[in-house]
Write a protein that binds this ligand. Structure first.
Ligand code: GAP
Length: 445
């Protein structure tokens, strides 16, 4: 993980937030390549959820919602973690994670094990961030930053049903920021207090819930492997009965083998009719489906694949990170799926003279309308290749003296290091075809 964190900082993917003020624990800012990478992750999610299907529509609901939403959802009463404080060092810990945590004063021991530790009894701590809406701060103006995007979908069920002409089974997909005042955030962007979720609520006839639950587990696992995650680093872990959330009759996590061990990447839950029933009860609105063909009226059940954009981005980075020795030199690279790579092609003139920068500019202009492209003429070509390897650029195009004579370039492959000679006019189509092709991580096997 240290190597990933260092590369992310060095190459402008992710920085600790508010760094010039000493940082604010576990918040991060995404730099240029981080933004491009995370955007690609989200776009691939939209592609799989909406673009390639007819049964899911998009939504972007507000972060601030009516406080009754969180009463109905159960978050106000139950979205808590048990927490203990140390009266000596004033640190706060998650009571159920004590065995994995370090005492701040004696890092070789767990909290409570040091000679001076004095822990309180466990207390429930609500993870929602509270704020106030409007100019007057009183109990009537309290609102919460949403701790999940899902509730914004449930409260819009009726709106979407009316305009979208969909009938169950159908889904509503949303990507957006969520906020949780985590007691023990950490492990880089794995657990933070502000993060992005990619959630889809799939509304189904109650009798079909189990079939769709299994369907979505399979679909979501496949999404990661098709985007290059090594299958032996991915597994499905069904929750035990005592782990299930209050709303769930079945949950399975997609877990990834992070450097910190197997950890949740995404949860797929069978939420039954809990959410629509509760919001109907609290709002007084009917949230059900009436099938005109059969005369049947029912509250749909919900299957929810809930993923984290930051956590998925971290998994793709970890899975792609590689080091190898080439001609006696160490090479660090990100073997990202080309569709996820922040930059698809780098255009590099071999020298800064003899018409090469001008021709490279022309090639760059021809490519950039179709894909994210970077032009770089600074430093030795070896150094420029290394830089592109570290940000995961799948192809480098080099313009040399022969290019001026016959309008061909060399196309270098990040993974194999193979170089081929390609006509400039054929380059955009060739790269677009390769971008659309299936891809398997060279780290497999
Ligand atoms: N609507 C259900 C729900 O929110 P969750 O398991 O609490 O379920 C779904 O969250 C996903 O959101 C997680 O699998 C994870 O990828 C991401 N996530 C949750 N809390 C996070 C945090 N504090 N930091 C980063 N990602 C988080």
């Amino acid at each position: 993980m240290d190597k990933i964190v260092a590369l992310c900082k060095r190459r402008g993917f992710i920085f600790p937030s508010s760094e010039i003020y000493g940082g604010l624990g576990s918040t991060y800012d995404y730099g240029h390549y981080g933004v491009l990478l995370k955007t690609n992750v989200k776009n691939e999610w939209w592609r799989a959820m909406v673009q390639e299907r007819d049964d899911i529509v998009a939504l972007d609901s507000a972060i601030l919602q009516h406080p009754r939403v969180w009463e109905a959802s159960g978050h106000l009463a139950g979205f808590t973690d048990p927490m203990v404080d140390c009266r000596t060092c004033k640190a706060r810990f998650r009571a159920d994670h004590i065995g994995e945590l370090q005492c701040p004063q004696k890092p070789s021991r767990h909290p409570g094990e040091g000679p001076d530790c004095d822990l309180t009894e466990a207390r429930d701590f609500n993870l929602m961030f509270e704020t106030t809406v409007g100019p007057v701060k009183d109990s009537g103006s309290i609102a919460y930053l949403r701790p999940e995007t899902a509730q914004g979908i449930f409260i819009n069920f009726k709106n979407v049903l009316q305009f979208s002409r969909k009938k169950p089974p159908f889904g509503i997909a949303q990507v957006g920021k969520s906020f949780r005042n985590e007691i023990t955030p950490g492990n880089f962007v794995f657990r933070t207090r502000e993060f992005e979720q990619m959630e889809m609520e799939f509304f189904v006839p109650p009798t079909e819930a189990d079939t769709w639950y299994r369907y979505w587990i399979e679909q979501r696992e496949r999404w990661y492997t098709e985007l290059g995650i090594r299958p032996d680093h991915l597994k499905i872990r069904p929750h035990d009965e005592d782990e299930l959330s209050h709303y769930s009759s079945g949950t399975s996590d997609v877990e990834y083998l992070f450097p910190i061990g197997w950890s949740e990447l995404e949860g797929i839950a069978n939420r039954g009719s809990f959410d629509l029933t509760r919001h109907a009860e609290f709002s007084g609105e009917k949230l059900e489906y009436f099938d005109q063909a059969t005369g049947e009226r029912y509250v749909p059940h919900v299957i929810e694949p809930a993923a984290g954009a930051d956590r998925a981005t971290l998994a793709f980075l970890v899975d792609a990170y590689d080091e190898e020795e080439v001609a006696g030199e160490q090479r660090t690279l990100l073997r990202l799926h080309p569709r996820l790579a922040p930059v698809k092609v780098a255009v590099l003139p071999l020298v800064r003279k003899d018409g090469q920068p001008e021709l490279a500019g022309e090639v760059h202009a021809a490519l950039r309308g179709r894909m994210h492209t970077e032009y770089d003429e600074g430093g030795s070509v070896g150094k420029r290749y290394r830089r592109q390897d570290e940000i995961g650029t799948p192809w480098c195009v080099t313009i040399d003296h022969q290019s001026i004579e016959d309008r061909t370039v060399t196309l270098r492959d990040r993974d194999t290091l193979a170089q081929e000679r390609v006509a400039i006019d054929e380059l955009p189509d060739l790269i677009a075809t390769r971008l659309a092709a299936d891809w398997t991580s060279p780290k497999i096997g």
